[in-house]
Design a protein around this ligand. Structure first.
Ligand SMILES: [Ca+2]
Length: 551
């Protein structure tokens, strides 16, 4: 039996092929057990027990030898959001490879993350809300993910996984926070939240870095690369995958492009078609970066096929927050004859509205999970850790940490939906350093259930005098996301009890989260570690050239 088929059985996979091989296995097993049982019928109990123990050992040995877990590749893009994907109805972007992945994947059509970068990344790593990781900003020491958390590569290690990150980390640039000290066996990353960034604190990339030929921190020391950032991150990931693909350990490859985050710089071959069409530099760069990502997705999928990895590798594509405006505005044309498109949603990056937090989520495991399905079950970044753990057969999750739930039963077909019994909380945070978070509690937050979105602050919706007397903030709003996905009609008057329940749930969440916001009073670093390490390395031998593996 193929090892992946056995995995699928262990995990309750029910694809057609699995059914065939499982019934074949059982047929053989029954026949064998039946024959042995007849021979054993009149023997003493001792022999029966011995036989059973041998049978158990044989089956266990078989399991151990064959049950290599599936590899997992998670590709996450930066600030792309939901709209700019061909299959999502975008009128003019060209994403043929993402479209192919879409066609061959299960899609989660209501997959929600946080409104900005570091918060989402911390939720993926821990399975809980960013605020509970101490992440309340993207800079100023408040992007640092608490060292008390047990994170995804450490969890996967329990099942023997080796893990690699390629691109943007953005959860702390000081050494104890770096991915190679937190469970990643391979780390090929830039610093801060983007290539070349530097803030008045620890959050900074290598000095002078640009999107072309950046200096990259590779397992704790710098290397000089040649090429465009996104191409480099995919090349590094592919080289690592090639080296790991035939090993005993399953791999987790976390490909985290800094594109299409600003500054909006794409290779000229990708911007040309847009500038020729009359696009300004910013949108030409942004959409060019996305089409470049698409080319790299094509390269990745091509290699998975070439290396015969499709049937033992799960491939996921998503983005880290809502789409960035990139020099254009909803309701206006991006360029003549090229309308702005973000799937009719309200809000963009940084907003607690649906458009700020909804992203593409395509997941594929060839030969195991059905392709071409859509699930509208509201799912989120906090669900990835428990889902990956379930895929890996890991039963014990980090204690008092994980708030998400596994959606593996949807993927295997075991369930058609998951219970509508939880709220997801969004808070933009990003208050000023040293401010009292309590003063920002009721601003720029939202609560989501399967049907409703309750949005506090940040919206321009005013309320009635009656509501004001009831203490409802002038800006609170409630939307029926099934009937009104674009959040056009505030129906808080019709359903005050729904809004109050969600408000109370948020209040409870905040009380739990507040003591865990561990970076609020942290002193700001007076040095930028990436700059310090860079200077040290320049003094002691310099920055060697990085040599990509031949693929
Ligand atoms: Ca982002």
């Amino acid at each position: 039996m193929h090892s992946q088929e056995l995995n699928a059985q262990v995990m309750g996979g029910i694809s057609h092929d699995d059914h065939k091989s499982r019934s074949g296995f059982l047929r053989q097993g029954k026949h064998w057990v039946g024959k042995r049982a007849r021979l054993l019928y009149q023997r003493p109990m001792q022999s029966v027990l011995r036989f059973l123990s041998v049978l158990i050992c044989v089956l266990c040995g078989f399991n151990q030898a064959e049950a290599k877990k599936p590899n997992i590749i998670l590709v996450i893009t930066d600030d792309q959001g939901y709209g700019p994907v061909g299959r999502h109805g975008h009128p003019w972007i060209r994403t043929p490879h993402l479209d192919k992945l879409y066609d061959t994947s299960t899609r989660f059509t209501r997959f929600l993350v946080s409104p900005t970068c570091a918060p989402t990344r911390s939720a993926i790593m821990t399975g809980r809300h960013p605020m509970k990781n101490g992440v309340t900003h993207t800079i100023l020491e408040r992007e640092r993910m608490t060292l008390k958390a047990t994170i995804l590569p450490q969890v996967l290690k329990q099942a023997g996984y080796t893990s690699g990150i390629f691109g943007k980390w953005h959860l702390g640039d000081e050494e104890p926070y770096q991915p190679h000290t937190r469970g990643f066996d391979e780390a090929f990353i830039h610093g801060a939240g983007g290539i070349g960034q530097a803030y008045k604190c620890s959050c900074a990339d290598a000095p002078g870095n640009k999107y072309f030929n950046p200096v990259i921190r590779h397992n704790g020391s710098f290397v000089k690369t040649q090429g465009y950032c996104t191409d480099l991150f995919f090349t590094a990931a592919l080289g690592w995958i090639k080296a790991k693909k035939d090993g005993d350990a399953p791999f987790f490859a976390y490909i985290t492009t800094n594109a299409p985050h600003g500054p909006f710089v794409a290779p000229p071959k990708n911007t040309k078609r847009f500038t020729d069409l009359g696009f300004a530099a910013k949108p030409a760069g942004f959409y060019g970066m996305i089409e470049n990502i698409d080319e790299n997705m094509g390269r990745l999928m091509g290699k998975l096929k070439e290396w015969d990895l499709e049937e033992n590798t799960i491939l996921i594509f998503m983005s880290d927050n809502g789409m960035t405006p990139a020099g254009s505005r909803p309701g206006q044309q991006v360029a003549k004859g090229h309308p702005f498109f973000n799937a009719g949603m309200k809000g963009m990056k940084g907003s607690a509205d649906e458009g700020g937090v909804r992203v593409p989520f395509f997941v594929r495991w060839d030969g195991h999970w059905k392709a071409g399905r859509d699930f509208d079950t509201v799912s989120a970044h906090i669900d990835l850790l428990p889902t990956f753990a379930a895929i890996a057969g890991i039963k014990t999750l980090p204690k008092n940490q994980v708030a998400g739930r596994s959606f593996l039963p949807l993927l295997t077909g075991e369930k058609k939906t998951l219970p509508d019994d939880r709220y997801l909380f969004t808070h933009k945070a990003r208050w000023k350093t040293g401010a009292n978070p309590e003063n920002y509690k009721w601003k720029n937050f939202a609560v989501r259930s399967q049907r409703w979105r309750f949005v506090g602050g940040g919206t321009a919706v005013s309320v009635s005098e009656r509501q004001r007397k009831e203490g409802i903030s002038p800006k609170d709003a409630l939307f029926d996301m099934v009937k009104d996905p674009g959040q056009r009609i505030n129906i808080i008057d019709q359903h005050p009890e729904v809004a109050e329940k969600m408000r109370a749930a948020f209040n409870k969440f905040w009380k739990e989260a507040r003591p865990l916001m561990v970076n609020e009073s942290a002193p700001m670093s007076t040095t930028r570690p990436f700059h310090v390490w860079y200077a040290e390395q320049m003094k002691s031998g310099g920055i060697p050239d990085w040599k990509p593996s031949s693929l």
